[in-house]
Design a protein around this ligand. Structure first.
Ligand SMILES: Nc1nc2c(ncn2[C@@H]2O[C@H](COP(=O)(O)O[C@H]3[C@@H](O)[C@H](n4cnc5c(=O)[nH]c(N)nc54)O[C@@H]3COP(=O)(O)O)[C@@H](O)[C@H]2O)c(=O)[nH]1
Length: 631
C-alpha cells in the first residue's frame, strides 16, 4: 500500500524544484531592480513626498467613495420618507416651539387647509374647542414624559365643521436628547364614530320613538338603585300602558298606530325633567324612572302622584291622527324604591303588579304597589274631589284669632280658613291647604278668603270696638303670582267697601325666591292703596336677609315653632332674639305667633317683642263669637 503511493512524488521532484528556483531568481531580480529604483528616488529626496502623496490620494479616494455611498443612502431614505409622508394619514411636523414646518397632502384633504396657510402657525388653530384645558395639559404632560400620546380628539375643519380624529403625537429628539420636533399623524374617524353611534342607538334605543329601550332602562335602574342606597333618596318606577291601543291599530291601521306612539312619546317627554328616563318597553308599554325624589316618603308619594297625573293628562289631550282627532287614556303602575335590599327584578315586578292593579281598577288610573301608599293616595284623591265642591257648596268659613299688644289689648286679628265638611266635620287648613296648593284650587279659595275678610272688615268699620283693628289674611304664593293679583285685590276692596288700611296681607318667604322684582312691584302698588304686609313663618324658609331690606314689609311674624321651643332650646331662643333685633333695626313691627304660656310671653316681652298671637290670648273663633271690648 505504501510503495505505489510514493512513486509519483519521486518522479515530479526535479520539475517542481526547477520552477521554484526560477520564481526565486525572478523575485530576487525584481527586488534588486526595485531596490535600485527606490534607492535612486530616495536619494533624490522624493521618497517621503511620494509616500505622502500616494497616501493622501488613497485617503481622498476612500473618503470620496464613502461620501458617495452616504449620499446614495440618504437619497434612498429621503425617497422612502417622502413616500411615507404622503400616506393616507394626515401628518404635520412642528419645530420644538410648536410652529408648523410641514404638512402632507392628506392633512390638507382632512382639514381643508393648504400647507402655506398653516406653516409657521400653532396646531391649536385646528382645535374644536370641545376639550378643556385640563385635557390638553394631560396630553402634553404625557408627550413630554413618555415621548408620545395617542387618542381621540375633536378638530375643526377649515369650513368650521367639527370632526373627531384619532391622533398620535410623538416628540423627536436628537442624539444628545434635545427636543427638536413634534410629529403628529391623524385620521378622520367620523365614519367610525357614526357607525359606533348607530350600533349604540340600535342596542339601547327604540327605533320607532327614539326613546331608551328596555336594556337601557335596566342599566339606569341598576345605577338608580345604587345611588338611592348611597344618598338615601327615594326613586320611583312607573309602568304606563295605553288603554285600548289595539283598537287604534285595528281600526286605523299600523301606520297611524305608529304615528300615535311617536306623538305620545314626545308629549310624555315634554312633562318630564331632563334627568328622568322615559323608555319604551315595546308595543304600547312605556316606563318612567324618576330619581332623587327626596327623603320624606309622604312628600315623595305626592311628587310621584303629581308626575303620574301629568302623564295621564298628556294622554288625554286629543291628537289629530289623519283627519280625525283621537283621545287616549292610559293606566300607570308605580313603585317607590329606597330599600337597600331591593333588586332590579323586584322593582320591575312591583311596577308590573301595580300596573295590573291600575288596569283592573278600571283604566285611566294609577295604582301604587304599596297598599298603604295606595290608601293614602286614594284618601287624598277623595279629599281633593270634595274640596272642589267646598266653595260652590258654601262649606268654607273664616275664623278670627286675636293679636294683642304688651298690655294684652287686642290690636289686630288674623283670618283663618275652616272647612265645614258634611261628613268629616271641621277639616283643618293644615290638611287641605297643601292639597289646595297642589291642585291650584288655592287661587279660588284664597280669593274667597280675601273677599270674605274684606266683607267682614267693611261690617266692622261701623263698630267702634272693631273699626280700629287691622285684619291679616294669608295669601299663598300661587295666588300672589297671578298676573292680575293687584287688580283682584283692588276690585275686592271696591266691591266690599273695606278700608284698605285695615287689610294686612300675610305672605311667606317662598314668594321671593323667584321673580322678586315682580313681587316687590305688586307690593308697592298695593301699599300705595294703604294695604300693609306681614312676613309669615319668618325663619323657617329661604331667609335671605338681602331681600328683607328691599321689600316694602311692615311686620315680621316669628314662626310658632321657635316660640314653642323658646324656653327649652337655646338655638330657638337665639333665633327669636335675633329676629326681634333685626325687625327693630329695619324699622319693622314684630309679632310672635303660637304663644301658649305666660312664661313665653314674659320672655318675649323682656327681649323687646311688643305683639303676640296664640292660644294664651284666644283660639281662632267665628266673627260672631269675638268678644272685644272698646279700647
Ligand atoms: N293661603 C291660606 N292659608 C291659610 C288660610 N287660613 C289658614 N291658612 C294656613 O293654614 C295653616 C294652618 O292654619 P290653622 O290650622 O288655622 O292654624 C293657625 C292657628 O290656628 C295656629 N295657632 C294660633 N295660635 C296657636 C297656638 O298658640 N298654638 C298652636 N299650636 N297653634 C296656634 O297657627 C296657625 C297660624 O297660622 P299662620 O299665622 O298663618 O302661620 C297655616 O299655615 C295657615 O297660614 C288662608 O286663608 N289662606
Amino acid at each position: 500500500m505504501k510503495g505505489p503511493q510514493r512513486e509519483p512524488r519521486v518522479a515530479a521532484a526535479p520539475r517542481y524544484h526547477r520552477i521554484r528556483r526560477l520564481a526565486i531568481g525572478l523575485t530576487l531580480m525584481a527586488m534588486v531592480v526595485l531596490a535600485g529604483w527606490w534607492q535612486r528616488l530616495w536619494l533624490l529626496g522624493g521618497g517621503y513626498l511620494l509616500v505622502t502623496v500616494l497616501g493622501l490620494l488613497g485617503l481622498l479616494g476612500l473618503l470620496g467613495l464613502r461620501h458617495y455611498l452616504h449620499l446614495r443612502r440618504r437619497e434612498a431614505s429621503l425617497r422612502i420618507a417622502a413616500l411615507a409622508f404622503e400616506t393616507h394619514l394626515g401628518m404635520l411636523i412642528t419645530d420644538a416651539e410648536g410652529r408648523i414646518l410641514k404638512v402632507n397632502r392628506t392633512f390638507t384633504r382632512i382639514t381643508g387647509y393648504r400647507e402655506e396657510e398653516v406653516v409657521g402657525r400653532n396646531p391649536r388653530m385646528l382645535s374644536a374647542g370641545r376639550h378643556d384645558d385640563a385635557f390638553y395639559r394631560r396630553l402634553w404632560r404625557q408627550v413630554k414624559r413618555q415621548g408620545s400620546w395617542q387618542g381621540e380628539i375633536w378638530s375643526r375643519h377649515r369650513s368650521g365643521e367639527v370632526f373627531p380624529e384619532w391622533l398620535t403625537i410623538s416628540a423627536v429628539r436628537d442624539d444628545r436628547g434635545q427636543l427638536t420636533h413634534y410629529v403628529a399623524t391623524f385620521s378622520d374617524i367620523s365614519r367610525r364614530k357614526a357607525a359606533e353611534q348607530e350600533i349604540h342607538q340600535l342596542a339601547f334605543f327604540d327605533p320607532l320613538t327614539g326613546l331608551p329601550n328596555r336594556r337601557l332602562l335596566l342599566d339606569r335602574l341598576q345605577s338608580a338603585l345604587k345611588d338611592s342606597r348611597r344618598n338615601g333618596q327615594f326613586g320611583a318606577l312607573l309602568y304606563l300602558d295605553l288603554d285600548n291601543f289595539k283598537r287604534v291599530n285595528d281600526s286605523r291601521g299600523h301606520h297611524q298606530g305608529d304615528e300615535l306612539l311617536q306623538h305620545i312619546a314626545r308629549q310624555l317627554e315634554g312633562v318630564l325633567r331632563d334627568v328622568d328616563t322615559l323608555a319604551r318597553l315595546g308595543g304600547d308599554e312605556f316606563a318612567v324612572l324618576l330619581q332623587d325624589l327626596g327623603q320624606d316618603q309622604e312628600e315623595v308619594e305626592r311628587v310621584a302622584e303629581r308626575v303620574t297625573h301629568k302623564l295621564l293628562g298628556v294622554l288625554q289631550t286629543p291628537v289629530m291622527l289623519g283627519a280625525e282627532p283621537l283621545t287616549m287614556t292610559g293606566s300607570i303602575g308605580i313603585t317607590l324604591f329606597r330599600d337597600p335590599e331591593r333588586t332590579v327584578d323586584e322593582v320591575l315586578q312591583q311596577a308590573d303588579m301595580a300596573l295590573f292593579q291600575a288596569k283592573k281598577a278600571g283604566r285611566n288610573t294609577l295604582s301604587f304597589f304599596d297598599p298603604a301608599i295606595q290608601a293614602r293616595v286614594q284618601a287624598r284623591a277623595r279629599l281633593e274631589a270634595d274640596l272642589r265642591q267646598a266653595l260652590p257648596r258654601g262649606q268654607l268659613r273664616l275664623h278670627y284669632q286675636r293679636q294683642v299688644d304688651a298690655d294684652a289689648r287686642v290690636c289686630g286679628l288674623e283670618a283663618l280658613l275652616r272647612w265645614q265638611h258634611p261628613e268629616r266635620g271641621m277639616v283643618s287648613p293644615g290638611e287641605f291647604i297643601p292639597l289646595a296648593e297642589e291642585s291650584r284650587l288655592i287661587i279660588a279659595i284664597g280669593d274667597w278668603a280675601l273677599e270674605a275678610t274684606c266683607r267682614q272688615l267693611a261690617r266692622w268699620a261701623g263698630e267702634p270696638a272693631m273699626a280700629g283693628l287691622t285684619v291679616s289674611v294669608n295669601v299663598s304664593p300661587q295666588q300672589f303670582h297671578e298676573p292680575d293679583f293687584v287688580e283682584q285685590v283692588e276690585a275686592i276692596l271696591a266691591r266690599t267697601g273695606a278700608p284698605a288700611r285695615r287689610l294686612k296681607l300675610e305672605v311667606t318667604e317662598t314668594l321671593f325666591v323667584h321673580d322678586r322684582d315682580d313681587a316687590r312691584d305688586k307690593m308697592l302698588r298695593l301699599k300705595a292703596q294703604g294695604v300693609t304686609f306681614a312676613l309669615d313663618d319668618f325663619g323657617t324658609g329661604y331667609s335671605s336677609l338681602a331681600y328683607l331690606k328691599r321689600l316694602p314689609l311692615d311686620q315680621l311674624k316669628i314662626d310658632q315653632s321657635f316660640v314653642h321651643d323658646l324656653l327649652e332650646e337655646e338655638a330657638s331662643a337665639a333665633i327669636v332674639a335675633s329676629t326681634i333685633a333685626l325687625a327693630e333695626s329695619l324699622g319693622l313691627e314684630v309679632i310672635a305667633e303660637g304663644v301658649e304660656t305666660e312664661a313665653q310671653r314674659a320672655w318675649l316681652t323682656t327681649h323687646g317683642c311688643q305683639a303676640f298671637q296664640g292660644y294664651l290670648f284666644g283660639r281662632p273663633v267665628p266673627a260672631s263669637e269675638l268678644m272685644i271690648a272698646v279700647a
